[in-house]
Design a protein around this ligand. Structure first.
Ligand code: SF4
Length: 481
């Protein structure tokens, strides 16, 4: 990367991000909570248990977390240096390195590569960054067929939806849904046995693997010292996507570079354990350049697109810690909010606690107003994150930014100002809370439940337990007597 390119990347923002449906968060959350099928699927979803078992198998998992966080911090501290090194090493080995400042840039670069190579069909391994830019739509608008090959992504593509989890994209679908989809799209007899459904997908995808002109993958990491992409999958589709078609394009975020292969080995000790509860994933593919003379497999042309899309705007700010994310999904697997509402309620590519931090940073705080508030701040996410991202703290900071920029409703801002005024006057605070506790008790009546709080949506879907009538201070004073 030249220095001028570095500057351009560093100065860019996500101004071109697709418009976000995130303002509809409350409506979407409500829809999920009242959807019996989603609620059943979320109840059956338990990667938290698998993680706990896998973490328990190693004695020093907390040390591994600390080491992984240090590796990611080292990478972010000198991001420009490692990216330039990656570009140098990858170019020397025959890879074409592209820099995409915006989401439109991703689509433009991929469409150009596809056109230049007369591509008719593309197979895709999982790439969340391509979801950010709606790459499939851009390619299909040019008449190129795109087939997702990760099983979950394939199901989502057939149903015309977006992923609801970063590692389990079809988690909201049940076996009956998938049986209907395959029957409808494959024109085969309807079956509900999971092994048979998997074998059917495998058969159909095989044909696409063998006939595609181009493969698109994500890249969990970029390795600076070797100029390699580092891809972690459980289904082997990543390996076929990167080696079978004559052209391969890897798309990844600018923050995903790691200095060395040894650094990647350190991250791998926490990634699969945190994600799916495996000690290691089934496939780890390290791809370095196109096919060389004498190689039996590999693409004739190899491209890597390194995407900013709002990421560098977080560098050097109080949001930088979030760039350590290795997309394991553990934070959402342990989040009580995600566990109830599922991923689609978050309205953009990344759900759960990390989505509530990344989305406002990538596409703008004003387009994701509810997300930093979509958390109880219980810190389960912070406790399990393998790279020690302080997610609750980051969400609290985003709430502060919303308040400072006047992005919250005036009633909320006024309420907080009044509370802050009273909290700084202990005598006044004691008097007001005493009054509120008594009033709350009276409002609750014999049922001890408040059915309607004026100007507050909290009681629209449930009652609020009435206070007992005495404040904490009063109870504390009574116990000391
Ligand atoms: S924030 Fe942490 S727990 Fe959540 S996906 Fe990223 S690395 Fe995993």
């Amino acid at each position: 990367m030249t220095s001028s390119q570095s500057t351009t990347v560093a100065a860019s923002n996500a101004g071109s991000a697709p418009s976000s449906p995130a303002p509809l968060f409350k409506q979407r959350a409500h829809d999920s909570l009242t959807n019996a099928k989603i609620q059943r699927a979320m109840r059956n979803f338990n990667l938290a248990g698998a993680r706990a078992r896998a973490v328990g198998e190693v004695e020093n998992f907390e040390d591994l977390r600390t080491a992984a966080a240090a590796v990611r911090n080292r990478s972010l501290a000198m991001l420009d240096v490692w990216l330039e090194r990656f570009e140098r090493e990858a170019t020397a080995r025959g890879t074409h390195v592209h820099w995409a400042e915006t989401h439109e840039d991703i689509n433009r670069i991929v469409v150009e590569i596809a056109k230049r190579n007369a591509v008719k069909k593309i197979i895709k391994s999982k790439s969340m960054v391509s979801e950010e830019s709606h790459l499939n739509d851009a390619l299909e608008a040019q008449g190129v067929q795109v087939v997702e090959t990760d099983l979950g992504e394939y199901i989502i593509q057939l149903s015309g939806e977006t992923p609801s989890h970063i590692i389990a994209p079809a988690i909201h679908k049940n076996r009956e849904d998938i049986a209907d989809l395959f029957h409808q799209h494959h024109k085969t007899p309807r079956k509900t046995d999971i092994s048979e459904l998997t074998m059917e997908a495998r058969k159909f995808l095989r044909e696409h693997f063998l006939s595609a002109d181009m493969g698109i993958s994500g890249s969990n990491f970029l390795i600076a010292e070797t100029g390699s992409t580092f891809i972690v999958t459980n289904e082997g589709n990543g390996r076929m996507t990167t080696t079978l078609p004559r052209v391969h394009v890897a798309i990844t975020g600018v923050e995903k570079v790691l200095p060395t292969l040894e650094d990647a080995a350190c991250i791998m000790r926490v990634l699969a354990r945190s994600a799916t509860g495996q000690s290691i994933s089934n496939y780890v593919s390290i791809n370095t350049g196109p096919k060389r003379a004498g190689d039996t497999d590999g693409p004739e042309e190899n491209h890597v697109i390194i995407v900013d899309g709002g990421r560098t705007s977080m560098l050097g700010t109080d949001m930088q810690d979030a760039l350590r994310c290795i997309r394991c999904g553990a934070c959402m697997n342990h989040c009580p909010v995600y566990q109830n509402i599922g991923g689609h309620a978050y309205g953009w590519v990344y759900p759960g606690p990390i989505g509530s931090v990344l989305t406002p940073n990538y596409i703008g705080l004003e387009k994701a107003l509810d997300l930093p508030n979509a958390a109880t701040l219980c810190n389960q996410c912070g406790v399990v994150c393998p790279v020690r991202i302080p997610l609750p703290e980051l969400m609290r900071k985003l709430r502060e930014k919303q308040f400072e920029r006047g992005l919250r409703p005036w009633q909320e801002r006024l309420g907080l100002k009044l509370w802050s005024w009273a909290a700084r006057r202990p005598g006044m605070y004691a008097l007001l809370t005493k009054f509120a506790a008594r009033m709350g008790r009276n409002m609750g009546g014999a049922e001890k439940a408040i059915h309607k709080l004026p100007g507050n949506g909290w009681t629209e879907g449930r009652d609020m337990p009435a206070p007992e009538g005495r404040t904490f201070r009063e109870l504390y004073a009574a116990r000391r007597r």
